[in-house]
Design a protein around this ligand. Structure first.
Ligand SMILES: Nc1ncnc2c1ncn2[C@@H]1O[C@H](COP(=O)(O)OP(=O)(O)OP(=O)(O)O)[C@@H](O)[C@H]1O
Length: 512
């Protein structure tokens, strides 16, 4: 690791000191500050920045910055959600790959995320920081005004950054264990049986069963479902719980790139393949060799590339742009789309042969409106995870807030629910979640088509299922908690078509 570094022994000693210093820090902000200071000093760079993803994993914020020998703790500056002027950060985050630019050209790449100055920035190293499960948690950036060889220390800085992230996560745990009242609300480890996904509805159980069938079978999988239903999460689960988990998982959104860029990103190119190709470049298929390549929005892949993809799927070999030779790759391909692919085939937008190749093993994710009983389960888990991440006392639920969530339609599916919860936690000053923290409008969508009675029944059903789950299917305890005679509960369960057998298998969750 230190072979390329000028004074390796001295560098190794400094690294050890930094690890030791980080290991005794007890707050995330102290860890962030010490990390950026260490990275700037070890790399001899003017600037080091730490960006972390929020609990919803959708917003990236600058948490600490070391610039010109001084620590700066920005007031939680969030990167805009479309990453305008921050494509270098977006690339590194989405590809989960380090980005090294020894000769940074500000005309080619926007560096708006770096502080202004008289001189332009000359070199940049951007490293994705990951947790134990290899999920990206943030980015560590170091930059210098002069062009240089930042690549020599990328491994060392990455280790230090990942260590700091792991420490931040660990810090949340002891506090929970130390507080007796919180013991009951510890986050349950993602269940193996559910592959880290949340949901007990029949639709989700079917998804778990399908995932288990493909874990050890290299068949190409097509995941379908509306936006925000968890397609990428399922793709990751297939990778994380399968035999390829020690190798790379690479995700690419086929709708997000123009055709020629998509082709060179996927298949790579040889020096001279086109103007500007001044060196060989490995594509994502090569980067994912031995692992998994997740092609999101496959329905938006241009027809020409569809033919090339089909060849890789059939022959297991690819030919980079500008090369006459093919080479073998061993990549599991998982695809996803929110389109009706068959309709696209009929409209001539999607190749029929590729369609049949991809649909060998489809997994459909049901929208949240078809698994209403999962809403409260997801909501509780998200709140627990978020409180733990933010290291704040676990929040309790008011009945009114639960009722409001149970009756709301979620057009944006789980992503929308997760976002609502993150916002509610910010608005909630105490530790009791109330309806005003959610501020949901009157339920739109098909609510209008349901009668008042049907709407009431839906709310009641969700609440009963939720309470029964919390009590591990025990009807006597659930009836006591609901303040109902057991016979009335049984009668309501029968009327609302709630099957007791389904509820016993569920995990018990705590609430208010
Ligand atoms: N069953 C689930 N359990 C836990 N979290 C979930 C579940 N389903 C979705 N999520 C969360 O909802 C968010 C959206 O999920 P994901 O990105 O996988 O959806 P998607 O279907 O791939 O969306 P898109 O179509 O926009 O690409 C993520 O934060 C994910 O962690």
């Amino acid at each position: 690791m230190f072979a390329q570094i000028p004074r390796p022994l001295q560098f190794a000693e400094s690294m050890l000191e930094r690890f030791a210093a980080l290991s005794v820090l007890r707050t995330p902000s102290a860890l962030s500050s010490a990390l950026v200071e260490a990275c700037a000093q070890l790399s001899d760079c003017t600037l080091s920045q730490l960006y972390l993803l929020d609990v919803t994993q959708t917003r990236l914020s600058l948490c600490a910055q070391w610039y010109q020998g001084q620590l700066q703790m920005p007031e939680s500056v969030s990167v805009s959600s479309d990453y305008s002027d921050m494509h270098l950060l977006q690339y590194c985050l989405c590809q989960n790959r380090p980005l090294l630019m020894n000769n940074l050209d500000a005309d080619l790449h926007s560096t708006a995320f770096l502080p202004d100055g008289d001189q332009p920035w000359g070199s940049l190293l951007c490293l994705p920081l990951t947790d134990e499960q290899q999920h990206v948690r943030g980015l560590l950036v170091t930059a210098s005004r002069t062009p240089g060889e930042l690549g020599q220390m990328d491994e060392a800085l990455l280790m230090l950054g990942n260590f700091a992230v792991a420490q931040m996560q660990l810090l949340g745990r002891p506090r929970q264990l130390a507080e007796p009242a919180a013991v009951a609300t510890q986050i349950s480890a993602p269940s193996r049986e559910h592959f880290g996904l949340i949901g007990e509805s029949a639709g989700m159980k079917q998804v778990y069963s399908l995932i288990s069938k493909v874990l050890h079978n290299p068949v190409t999988v097509l995941i379908t479902g509306e936006t925000g239903t968890g397609k990428e999460l399922v793709a990751r689960a297939i990778h994380d719980f399968g035999l390829r988990r020690s190798k790379a998982f690479i995700a690419l959104n086929c709708a997000a790139m123009p055709e020629n860029l998509l082709e060179s990103e996927l298949f790579g190119y040889r020096k001279g393949a086109f103007s500007g190709a001044d060196r060989d470049h490995k594509g994502l298929f090569d980067a994912a060799d031995g692992g998994t390549l997740f092609l999101d929005e496959i329905g938006d892949m241009p027809l020409l590339l569809q033919a090339k993809l089909l060849r890789v799927l059939q022959e297991g070999e690819l030919r980079p742009l500008g090369s006459n030779e093919t080479h073998k790759v061993d990549v599991r391909v998982v695809t996803a789309t929110h389109h009706q692919l068959l309709e696209q085939v009929q409209a001539g937008l999607f190749r029929e042969d590729l369609f049949y190749r991809l649909t060998h093993f489809p997994i459909h994710l049901p929208p949240l409106r078809e698994r209403g009983e999962d809403i409260l389960l997801l909501a509780r888990e998200f709140v627990e995870a978020a409180c733990s991440f933010l290291q704040r006392e676990q929040c309790r639920w008011s009945d009114a807030a639960l009722e409001q969530l149970a009756s709301h339609e979620f057009p944006g599916n789980v992503r929308e629910l997760k976002g609502l919860i993150a916002r509610a936690l910010l608005l909630c000053d105490g530790n009791l979640l109330l309806p005003e923290h959610f501020n949901l409008p009157g339920s739109p969508n098909n609510e209008g088509q349901l009668s008042l009675r049907e709407r009431m029944e839906r709310v009641e059903r969700n609440l009963l299922v939720d309470c029964l789950r919390k009590n591990q299917g025990n009807q006597t305890s659930a009836a006591t908690e609901l303040g109902l005679p057991r016979r009335t509960l049984l009668y309501r369960m029968q009327r609302l078509n709630i099957c007791p057998a389904e509820l016993k298998a569920s995990r018990g969750k705590n609430n208010a």
